[in-house]
Design a binder for this molecule. Sequence first.
Ligand code: SAM
Length: 583
Amino acid sequence: MRVFEALISDLAISFLDRISKNVHDYLFANQKIEKICGCKDFFPSEDRFLSLKDELNKPEGFYMAEDRGEYGDFQTNMPLSKAVTQVLLKKNIVPDVVIEPTCGKGNFILAALQSFPSVKRVIGIEIYEPYVWQCKFNILDYFLSHPDANKPSIQIHRFNVFGFDFLELKKQIQDSNILIIGNPPWVTNSMLGALESDNLPQKSNFKKKRGLDAITGKGNFDIAEYIVVSLIRLFEKCNGWLSLLVKNSVIKNIVYEQHNNHFWISDIEEMNIDSKKEFDVSVEASLLFCQFGKHSSQQCQVTDFYSGSIINKFGWKESFFYSDINADGLFGNIDGKCQLEWRQGIKHDCSKVMELEQNGSGYRNKLNENVDLEEDLVYGLLKSSDLKTIVAVRPKKFTIVTQQRIGQNTDYIANYPCTYAYLRNHLDLFRNRKSTIYKGNPDFSIFGIGEYSFKPFKVAVSGLYKTFHFTLVLPDKKPVMLDDTCYFLGFDDLISAVAIHTLLNSDVVESFLQSITFSDAKRMITKDALMRIDLRRVLDIVNSETIVKQANTTIMSMGEKMEMVFDDFYSAVNQKNLQLELF
Ligand SMILES: C[S@@+](CC[C@H](N)C(=O)[O-])C[C@H]1O[C@@H](n2cnc3c(N)ncnc32)[C@H](O)[C@@H]1O
């Protein structure tokens, strides 16, 4: 049966039924209930107590589950909640106070009540009223069926976690051993923006990203990350532990920021769970564990939640951040600053108009329209999926490069009447682009464009794929562009491009990238990671014979006419000129 939209057991119903028939004052009812289950202020108001009677007499109606996307609602099942408290017990954790910051239906609270018999106080916070009731009913049911169990003082607050007075709570409990346990909402601030939800902390740019970074997503964050960081900031110097289920990206960010924050958290551990099995979602998630109040650690041990086996350790070593600190390789030797500037490909957010395929002598766009264009502004376009080969030769797609540099006035396009007419016909699609980077910029603006985009030879890599494979991009009569899922280096001559392409595909770069990137990140390869490759040091490590051999394979795959280039390349490496010419 459901009461206040929450499921309630027969045991709890008959108990509440008796209370509602025999007791007329809600404060007295609250006292009785607190005696049974330790739960304070069970009925927050007289009104709620009076409506209980109606609810109990109501025939069970049709129950319609609310769409709870904006609340990142993934309730933790009881076996997993219990398994988490068992893991904590194995670590000899004995809390006096348990805090569940977004307690939902309360499975973590129940697991804590069962696993930590010495706990004296429990505080749960939850925004959604039916869950608050569900949590209270579950607690009541537990103590009705376990009357001899230890009864701590329990408060389940219906409250927004972003407005809850944790500071006041801290004053009351700071001498206790505190355990923060739970599973904060799985939702990002940008998802909430899309849902037009206000379930956000007030200071939503908490990453303090400015300008383009804030606009293009670097300021995007998980609500869970905000909650975890706020709790760590507040409780770092107390005695206690934090044990929360979160996405791996949240843990990575917290450990990454430790370099600046120096929070007093130690024994940091990421215990990987199977979120498909537990929550039926395809997200890499783990139990984040750490201890408060001892010292500040900047490394995180990764283990398997179920078996406890050690997977790896990530975090800071000296002044570098690694996804696998103990990776066996020479990566330390090439970690530095890339001598060349990595660039991201073109961003236009208007693929319906800007992505074209050749159709006879003209083009066809993604709206299935046949398009006639002057060739001047049309360039070949490669996407991540085109970067699987060693050499990319003929692009299948094309794009219109409307600017040669960011912010350039686009009125000049009128000199190309067909192109201009085509773009103007779709002006509404350009003007409706969501990203604010286009606001206040000329019509048809693009980003990720500059002198570097027009370099004839490129070495490119996809940011989306889970491989470390670099592709040599050759011109197709004119330079070929890459889309914004790709990163590249541009070159004026083929020899330099082939040399760098060879270096980047070496084992040493692969193992280095493996040790600094996270395979569960949306973009595994980022500009920041690529900028850490010190090409000069790679050149020192990879011997010239290997370079020539690899380069040979690359050049051969382009066809015989490259033989002369190979000879040039070979002599350049042999004369040890390469290093000088490249850097
Ligand atoms: C991922 S669920 C986990 C619930 C519970 N901790 C568990 O492990 O089963 C996240 C919970 O956070 C609650 N929530 C979302 N936004 C909240 C807010 N601003 N304040 C308090 N609770 C919130 C949701 O209603 C939901 O119950």
